[in-house]
Design a protein around this ligand. Sequence first.
Ligand code: ARG
Length: 406
Amino acid sequence: MATEKIVLAYSGGLDTSVLIKYLQEKYDVDVITVTVDVGQQEDIKAAEEKTKKLGVYKHFSIDAKDEFAENYIFPAIKANALYEGKYPISTSLSRPLIAKKMVQIAQKEDATGLAHGCTGRGNDQVRFDITLGSLAQDKKILAPVREWGMTREEEIAYAKAKGIHVSEAAKKYSIDASVWGRAIECGLLEDANNEPPEDAYEWTVAPEKAPDKPEIVTLKFEAGVPVAINGKTMKPLELIMEMNKIAGKHGVGRIDHIEDRLVGIKSREVYECPAATAILEAHKDLEKMVMTRHEVLFKQKIDAEWVFLAYAGLWVDPLKDDLDAFINKSQENVTGEVKLKLYKGGLQVIGRSSPMSLYDKNLANYNIKTSFNQSYSKGFIELWGLQTRMYNALKQADKKGKAKKP
Ligand code: ARG
């Protein structure tokens, strides 16, 4: 038995498998592995088996799927969370939850340190270090991958030498998933100009191979969160999983964009987030039906700040809670139904309804008979454009050399 116990976030993948051996040999510590199931659809049992072969001191598999859906994904839906307008932060959201579970185990097992397998180039190190450091101030944080300087090829060689099984997929791509989406990195994808090969995707079919008939899905929201699909009420996790299936079948949710990492690197990121793409689109649409213009425009700023904090590893910063308080209040009326049409990779909102709707057909219609009093408009425009007209009057006078110089 070694003198120290270290809790390691273990995914079952290449980096963290190599890390078990590395911690045992180079740091001479007992390794306690924790695998947190956030709906990554990877074999949690297989990861557990692997840890036995790698001689860990203890292993914990934690099913946190429901907690993840309710306390991490649902707030993200309310905040319309899309980083740089594209990425539903499916990886970012899972980090503070995994960190929280690691800390709970470390306290229970009286471990002295917490370890993760993040590189020094990515965002995940920021998320783990800040959350772990905030929740467990008395424990040290180890990030050996940041220091060991092995290339992926060297890691694969190290794994082979230590008898660690390396999957075919791991040789090709680096994958990270949660029930909110799947991130695919490395290999051919590093050339930002290469179309992602079909084998990078697992949750979505190629739009070309999607059904020839469109599918219409009705999503029901209550106070800002989805509660039913096509009239069938579901629990948060179940609903997200079902939406992943439906949208994935139609090739909806593939994302390919250039993303700004916190450490300044621009990276080409490929994701498949079928449920997130569909649910966020529907939610945004419904908000616009029930919120006042002032709310809609102000909330866009709050949403942008919220998603930045969540992406940037500041989940446990008090500002995130402050924004949550505003966002939760703003969702009280976000109740209603949104109709989505899915077809060959495309997603469109084709209808929406709400008991709290501010859309009034009677006001917006093109008929002469409307309750909107058009005679008010003249005076409104007079005041609305007052300064604009004044400015243009000055500008035109100036051109003719008539304006007085100050
Ligand atoms: N760029 C994304 C993020 O920072 C995805 C990262 C995927 N992580 C990984 N270890 N493969 O959230």
